[in-house]
Design a protein around this ligand. Structure first.
Ligand code: ADP
Length: 159
């Protein structure tokens, strides 16, 4: 069984994340989308909300499982018997941080390979952060996120 972990904050899940999940699931028997607790990032959505939005969207896709994790990613990967970590690369600006993370994870556990996937060009400028910013300012986010996520964002920023 070839299993991969796709970790992130998913605060909230966007069409860019879903594009990466679609690509990853074609390469692996199972993809575990793993939501990091990540309290230090002070997410807009609680862990439960982030998990629910993923379950409503990616959770329905065959061979995709939604999970949460705390602590070291390589420990979670080992516990799940996963040999690969999936990360999305949008632009050169992602590269430095991702490169550092990938090599550090390799140092921590040489058995876990990091694989980078590029989304469709139209998603390369998309991030959870920018979608939250547009929603906060009352902009239309319907083409960036699934409908349930747009609804949840509009609810968050409703006066
Ligand atoms: P993190 O807090 O780990 O950066 P994110 O939820 O922001 O978590 O992102 C998780 C992963 O998804 C990262 O590898 C990130 O580069 C990737 N990602 C985020 N948005 C996109 C996008 N629009 N296209 C491709 N990959 C993306």
């Amino acid at each position: 069984m070839r299993r991969a972990i796709y970790p992130g904050s998913f605060d909230p899940v966007t069409n860019g994340h879903l594009d990466v999940i679609e690509r990853a699931r074609k390469l692996f028997d199972e993809v575990i989308v793993a939501v990091a607790h990540n309290d230090e990032k002070q997410p807009l959505f609680s862990l439960e909300e982030r998990l629910d939005l993923l379950r409503e969207t990616a959770g329905r896709i065959a061979n995709v499982r939604i999970a949460e994790f705390e602590g070291l990613l390589v420990d979670f990967a080992k516990a799940q018997n996963a040999g690969a970590v999936i990360r999305g690369l949008r632009a050169v600006s992602d590269f430095e941080f991702e490169f550092q993370m990938a090599l550090m994870n390799r140092k921590l556990d040489a058995a876990v390979e990091t694989i980078f996937l590029m989304p469709k060009e139209e998603y390369t400028y998309l991030s959870s952060r920018i979608v939250k910013e547009i929603a906060r300012l009352g902009g239309d986010i319907s083409s960036f996120v699934p409908a349930c996520v747009a609804k949840a964002l509009n609810r968050q920023f409703a006066q």
